[in-house]
Design a protein around this ligand. Structure first.
Ligand code: KG4
Ligand code: ZN
Length: 383
């Protein structure tokens, strides 16, 4: 069944996604219900609310995905679902729903690692557009609200193999965007807001030092650290540096005024954010973003040189960042390495990437029994 049609389900965090993808590359539908409005008053994702919202949204989102694909249940060949990593209660909603569907329809069930989904998102549209072969080894940077990982990726028949050659030792890059936006009174989620405002500020106004890896990596034994080169990240320092800047430049009252003004607006637009930021704040935002972007690119390119990489993939929510995309293309271009991103829509969480990542597993008949379980801390590949 080379053109298998897979229904993908994604509920790992705060987006309920259902998509139908044919042959791992043709998106027939991709429906995402965002929970931003639910979590916004709390300044971040509240796990219990996320589960409740997934429960509410999953059936209508699935119906819409099938309707947009103009398909009936019987036209599907398999059900794919995110197994982890993510919020346990949120993942459970998707997994329980996928199991029920697969059981009722007597279809195979495929579990997908959310991070592998992000990597396949970068390939989905490329496969559709060019249909050309990907040059291996591939280095994939997955950069989102919960993750900053570098994976050295090879293809072995239908299977993909991953080796983690870098990760964040503390905050993920998206988390730094979200925390800095919050401390500047800009609300949640911070990435898109900072992305918009940074274009209006001077990125060289303030020098924030690139991440310094002071702490030993507690997640791995010391002998492994010495054994092979690592390209780890750290973004909690820059968040503290922004906080210190805010304190030493007496920005607290302005931040509080902005927080209150934005709380009055139901869904603030980019003009609202801009109106409420003075030049010093815009420069601070632009300088913060530049520092993160430069660090992500420098580490990724250093790893690419070390492993003689032929193709770069950049995906995950932060890959939607306009400055990151432009700077990556420029700098990777200087080194002669092609870099591919998903469209901005496929960069953030969605189910099309889950259905696409499931396709090689469908071909390899990697199906799961009904009693497989949620894995909130699921890792991808060997370290
Ligand atoms: O991949 P994603 O939707 O969910 C996770 O798996 O974490 O990523 C969400 C993260 C959030 O931290 C959000 O602030 C960030 O991606 N993000 C961005 C942009 N759009 C989303 N960060 C920087 N620039 C953006 N345009
Ligand atoms: Zn994600």
């Amino acid at each position: 069944m080379p053109d298998a049609t897979i229904l993908g389900i994604e509920t790992s965090c705060d987006e309920t996604g259902v998509a139908v993808v044919r042959a791992g590359e043709q998106i027939l539908s991709n429906v995402v219900a965002s929970q931003i409005a639910t979590h916004q008053p709390y300044g971040g994702v509240v796990p219990e609310l996320a589960s409740r919202e997934h429960l509410r949204a999953i059936v209508p989102v699935m119906r819409q995905a099938l309707a947009e694909a103009a398909l009936a249940y019987e036209d599907l060949d398999a059900i794919a679902v995110t197994q982890g990593p993510g919020l346990v209660g949120a993942l459970l909603v998707g997994i329980s729903f996928a199991k029920a569907l697969a059981f009722a329809l007597d279809m195979p069930l495929i579990a997908v690692n959310h991070l592998e989904g992000h990597i396949h998102a970068a390939l989905l549209e490329r496969k559709q557009q060019e249909n050309s072969d990907l040059q291996f080894p591939v280095l994939a940077l997955v950069v989102s609200g919960g993750h900053t990982h570098l994976y050295l990726t090879q293809q072995d028949g239908n299977s993909w193999t991953y080796r983690n050659v870098g990760h964040t030792r503390d905050d993920a890059a998206g988390e730094a965007f979200d925390k800095v936006a919050k401390l500047l009174g800009l609300g949640y989620p911070g990435g898109p807001i900072i992305d918009g405002l940074a274009q209006r500020g001077n990125p060289t106004a303030i020098h924030f030092p690139a991440s310094q890896l002071k702490n030993r990596d507690r997640n791995r034994p010391q002998e492994e650290v010495e054994d092979q080169p690592r390209f780890d990240f750290s973004y909690s320092g820059i968040k503290t540096a922004v906080l210190r800047h805010v304190e030493t430049h007496s920005m607290a009252s302005e931040i509080e005024a902005r927080r209150r003004a934005l709380a009055e607006i139901a869904l603030p637009k980019s003009e609202d954010y801009l109106r409420l930021c003075d030049r010093a704040t815009l420069d601070l935002i632009a300088s913060f973003q530049r520092s993160i972007v430069e660090d992500l690119i420098a580490k990724t390119l250093a790893a690419a040189r070390e492993y003689d990489v032929r193709t770069l993939l950049v995906s995950g929510g932060v890959a939607a960042n306009r400055e990151l995309r432009a700077a990556f293309e420029r700098k990777a271009g200087e080194e002669g390495i092609p870099v591919f991103f998903p469209s901005r829509l496929l960069s953030t969480d969605n189910a099309a990437m889950i259905a696409a990542a499931a396709y090689p597993k469908f071909l390899a008949r990697e199906f799961l029994p009904m009693d497989f379980n949620v894995e909130p801390g699921l890792k991808l590949g060997a370290a």
